[in-house]
Design a protein around this ligand. Structure first.
Ligand code: FMN
Length: 352
């Protein structure tokens, strides 16, 4: 087992999210304080076929380090072969193995969370990969296939004995998909029984949640997924969570990270868009960004209308125009509401 220092620059980590966590978004999250990032899940078989698009998905910049490349597959030989190709060609800091993906397309191939039903095969995959590469290997699991078979403590004990350097646990079963709440008590139990670092994951949407997860579970780091979409600011508080003593002194009144205002959100969305276009060209850059734009504008006033226009945008110019018109509209409506407020105050003063 190759140990890894998870306390490099914080304890909040960006989760792999297929279709979202490309190099551009990972870099933005790093700049906001993410301590580590991961690629989307990558098919081990496609790697062994040396598929060009698959190789492009694994490219990253030095700024993104430490980075894990996440592999998905169910054949131990293919997984080991893919891991060797990845290690030699990309030199990531970690190779992560996906044992959590609940998607039908993946599970039907006996990959991702399906392996939680076949622990002997999972153990074979892990041992083969650990022995094949000279890099830390980690695993990301759900708490189980379903409620009846849920037993993450013994799965993590097995992973540890096969030589993984750390483990991430998302305590929902495959049957739950994304429904209900993640059961953080499994994270606590896994942490109490493990001798390797444990990363907790699930339902952390702000600093308050992060503090609660650290306090309730004792996990070594927290992986944040949906909470980072349109909201890389979530990593800004990373420094606060660097030391146990600080976490333990945090009260329940800990405020969630200060929410950025509309101007800040739109400005970061525009930067993200520009970087996406630089990397993929205007046509693909815009299309890849649409779902991110939906998240950046989530909860803004009149966000539904705004999103409709953004989704129809075909160029950076279109998006700039939509944002400019939106800001002007907001300024006008603010001025109108200030005017009516001051009129009603004046009315009050002259005795109406
Ligand atoms: C759109 C989307 C794509 C995801 N893709 C992956 C993936 O490629 N690999 C993986 O291990 N988990 C993937 N996940 C799961 C997340 O990494 C994370 O475990 C899950 O969202 C729970 O964390 P959260 O509550 O912080 O979002 C994905 C989740 C979402 C919402």
């Amino acid at each position: 087992m190759i140990p890894i220092n998870l306390n490099l620059s914080g304890r909040l980590i960006l989760a792999p999210m297929a279709g979202f966590t490309d190099s551009v978004f990972r870099m933005i999250c790093k700049r906001f304080g993410a301590a580590m990032v991961f690629t989307d899940l990558i098919s081990a078989r496609a790697i062994t076929y040396k598929n060009k698009k698959t190789f492009e998905m694994m490219e990253f910049t030095e700024e993104e380090r430490p980075i894990g490349i996440q592999l998905c597959g169910s054949d131990p030989d293919v997984m080991a072969e893919a891991a060797v190709i990845v290690a030699e060609r990309f030199h990531p800091d970690v190779i992560d193995l996906n044992f959590g993906c609940p998607v039908k397309k993946v599970v039907n191939k006996n990959e991702g969370s399906a392996l939680l039903r076949d622990i002997p095969l999972m153990s074979k995959i892990v041992s083969r990969v650990v022995n094949a590469v000279n890099l830390p290997v980690s695993a990301k699991i759900r708490s189980g296939w379903d409620k009846e078979s849920e037993n993450p403590v013994s799965v993590v004990n097995m992973l540890e004995s096969c030589g993984v350097s750390f483990v991430t646990i998302h305590p929902r079963t495959r049957a739950q998909m994304y429904k209900g709440m993640a059961n953080w008590d499994w994270i606590r139990q896994v942490k109490e029984n493990a001798h390797i670092p444990v990363i907790g994951n699930g339902d952390v949407l702000g600093s308050q949640d992060a503090a609660r997860m650290f306090q309730q579970t004792g996990c070594d780091a927290i992986m944040i997924g949906r909470g980072a979409l349109g909201n890389p600011w979530i990593f800004q508080d990373a420094a606060m969570f660097q030391h146990d003593a600080v976490i333990n002194s945090l009260t329940h009144q800990l405020p969630n990270s200060q929410q950025p205002d509309a101007a800040e959100r739109l400005s970061l969305a525009m930067t993200h868009l520009k970087q996406s276009i630089e990397k993929y060209g205007e046509y693909s850059g815009i299309r890849r960004m649409r779902k991110h734009l939906v998240f950046y504008t989530h909860n803004l006033p009149r966000s539904r209308e705004l999103r409709k226009h953004l989704i129809a945008s075909k160029s950076m110019r279109d998006v700039e125009d939509v944002f400019r018109e939106y800001v002007e509209l907001m300024k006008k409506s603010e001025a109108r509401s200030q005017n009516s407020e001051s009129r009603s105050q004046n009315c009050g003063r002259i005795g109406f």
